[in-house]
Design a protein around this ligand. Structure first.
Ligand code: FAD
Length: 256
């Protein structure tokens, strides 16, 4: 047996193993859906005042103390070592885990920083609305996305990022969404043709919806040193209200 075949078999066994050990957890999640919490604006004020009080007390005692989030390795997606947190004051923001308001008329949501994008989207979808940028990983939190990259396939229109101290909550712009997304996968053998195609096809002006074609764009560049395999697979598309009879690929869920 060649090494390539052995690698393929081992990767299938590896995938099967993780699929099987995940089954009990998936069943548990099905019967115990992750429900997002809600709180009033007043409660939010109380909770951030508590956090502010803790910070004021600690900085009064030690004005030079550095403050870091009390998030453990494994809780978030940061690949950075947590060594830098040693000797610093860890602020606990676990109370900031709720949605404050979904305003479907003016299309925004006021949401606290520890709410994950999965929790947020599950709630906004009840109004056929979605945050205008959604990171790929469903467990990325709002605060982490704002402080991190906060990019995804709709960022060429709506993208932003920031470094703004402690994020307690944010007002997130929502856009109209549908149950279905139409995705197109196109192979480009040259980067120049990919870039040309984007320039000719995509409208970078601001939109108010993901509905229609060319609202989202993602690309993966492949290269294994062999010229035959070089190229870019571009994925583009947008929300559609119904599935055309001659459908290509339609995906019901916003997260894989
Ligand atoms: C495999 C992988 C895939 C990824 N995919 C995407 C993607 O598709 N799109 C995308 O945009 N990003 C992506 N990221 C990057 C990710 O968004 C950032 O790492 C993000 O900061 C993670 O946020 P988190 O909620 O997991 O928070 P954490 O990992 O806990 O925190 C990340 C950083 O943000 C800071 N932070 C978190 N919350 C707050 C807050 N409330 N106030 C102040 N600072 C805070 C933390 O101190 C830390 O420095 C990916 C990362 C990995 C490792």
């Amino acid at each position: 047996m060649t090494w390539e075949k052995l690698k393929l078999i081992l990767s299938i066994i590896y995938d099967l193993f993780f699929l099987l050990i995940n089954i009990p957890w998936e069943i548990f999640k099905k019967f115990n859906p992750n429900k997002c919490k809600y709180k009033t604006g007043e409660q939010h004020e109380k909770d951030i005042n508590e956090i502010a009080k803790t910070i004021a007390n600690i900085t009064k005692k030690n004005p030079n103390i550095e403050i870091v989030l009390d998030r453990q390795l494994g809780e978030g997606h940061s690949s950075r070592s947590t060594e830098y947190k040693k000797g610093k004051f860890r602020i606990n923001i676990s109370s900031l885990n709720s949605i404050i308001e979904i305003n479907s008329k003016d299309k925004y949501v006021d949401v606290e920083s520890l709410v994950t994008f999965e929790e947020l989207c599950n709630e906004t979808l009840k109004y056929n609305l979605l945050p205008c940028v959604i990171p790929e990983f469903k467990s990325i939190t709002l605060g982490g996305a704002i402080q991190g990259i906060a990019i995804e396939s709709s960022s060429f229109i709506y993208g932003s990022n920031g470094t703004i101290a402690l994020v307690a909550s944010a007002r997130v712009q929502l856009i109209e969404a549908t149950q279905w997304i139409h995705l197109k996968y196109i192979y480009y053998s040259k980067t120049s043709t990919f870039l040309e195609s984007i320039q000719n096809t995509f409208d970078l002006r601001s939109h108010s919806t993901w509905i229609g074609d060319n609202q989202i764009l993602d690309g993966i560049y492949f290269s294994n040193g062999n010229d035959n395999y070089n190229g870019i697979i571009a994925m583009s598309g947008g929300c559609v209200r119904s599935i055309p009879t001659k459908s290509s690929i339609y995906k019901e869920n916003y997260f894989s």
